[in-house]
Ligand binder design. Structure first.
Ligand code: PPE
Length: 310
């Protein structure tokens, strides 16, 4: 059985279609060459109603990804933003994961995209905890991947493009095959980069460290949220190159992502991190993260888009 709610509606290039009708031709450009850029956004069921977390920043990154790949999105920022909100409204779940996707469609084949149209779709589903139900409290066991993240000037890491996720799949499948839940990839210089679908942070000597954008990482919106929150809490935050072995001797390590939220890592390559459970700084940041997404803290940055269902 599909994990999707197949009675849902999908926004497909300007109109809502039934889930089963949200299909494309197998000869579409994206199917052959991976020509897609996308986003992943969570909507939370808060005491004040459903709220989408940092939708503005996600739509902005979608347009940035498209720009890098010379994809001219045939809608304005506001149209895509509104379509995201509408997609959640028509489907009516109190919480959901939203997947806006821009792709080169059906016209002709050949690497040069030529006249293939740029299509935009927005789907949604209810997605539970990304790395397992226990992960947020207990932490996860991961390995350093034997696969390297894409080198600079090959696949642009700042673009969230579908093709990057072929590399992510190698990282994830290898980790799972070896009994881990996730892999941490190094960059082409051997420094820590990111997980297959998450940014990474370490707590080292009381400071909060994360790899810089030059280490082949996605400019994560949760990464930015955690940096902001850590500074609010008075921590020194450093975007710094992280040698692999620093992971093993860090006090705490955790993943961040829209899907993964703030997930503690309790072991890497079977080496226990810190005390082998969620560390105090991770817990503090995790609690603050959930307080923000649930609207329990004042929304001083305008991160929440509240939804009113009719
Ligand atoms: N790095 C990668 C490679 C990545 O895919 C994500 C998000 C992040 C970092 C964190 O970015 P942000 O969500 O803006 O904090 N991965 C998305 C897709 C995961 C999937 O399996 O699909 C997500 O978390 O939604």
């Amino acid at each position: 059985m599909s994990a999707f709610d197949e009675s849902a509606k999908v926004w497909f290039s300007g109109r809502f279609v039934d889930w089963k009708d949200a299909t494309i031709h197998v000869m579409s450009h994206a199917v052959h060459y991976g020509s897609t850029v996308f986003e992943g956004v969570r909507c939370y069921d808060t005491p004040k109603g459903s709220a989408i977390f940092r939708l503005k920043e996600h739509v902005k990154r979608l347009f940035n990804s498209a720009k890098i790949y010379r994809m001219d999105i045939p809608y304005t920022f506001q149209e895509v933003f509104d379509a995201c909100v509408e997609t959640l409204k028509v489907n009516g779940w109190p919480d959901a994961y939203l997947r806006p996707l821009v792709f080169r469609g059906y016209h002709s084949l050949g690497v040069y995209p030529g006249d293939c149209p740029i299509e935009v779709v927005i789907g949604a589903w209810q997605w539970g905890k990304y790395l397992g139900e226990e992960a947020l409290a207990a932490g996860v066991d991961v390995r350093v991947s034997s696969w390297t993240r894409m080198a600079p000037n090959t696949f642009p890491a700042l673009a969230k493009c579908g093709a990057n996720y072929m590399n992510s799949q190698l990282i994830k499948m290898e980790a799972m095959a070896d009994g881990y839940i996730e892999g941490i990839a190094l960059d082409s210089n051997g420094y820590v980069s990111e997980g297959s679908g998450e940014n990474i942070f370490i707590i080292f000597d009381g400071d909060v460290l994360t790899p810089p954008l030059g280490a082949s990482v996605l400019p994560g919106i949760t990464r930015d949220t955690v940096i902001t929150m850590a500074e609010e809490l008075g921590y020194t935050v450093k975007e710094s190159l992280i040698p692999r072995e620093m992971l093993y001797i860090a006090d705490e390590v955790f993943f961040t992502g829209s899907a993964a939220e703030v997930t503690p890592i309790r072991s890497i390559d079977r080496i226990t991190i810190g005390s082998g459970c969620r560390g105090p700084v991770t817990e503090e940041l995790q609690q603050r993260f959930f307080a923000y997404v649930n609207g329990e803290l004042p929304d001083s940055y305008g991160w929440l888009t509240y939804m009113k269902f009719n």
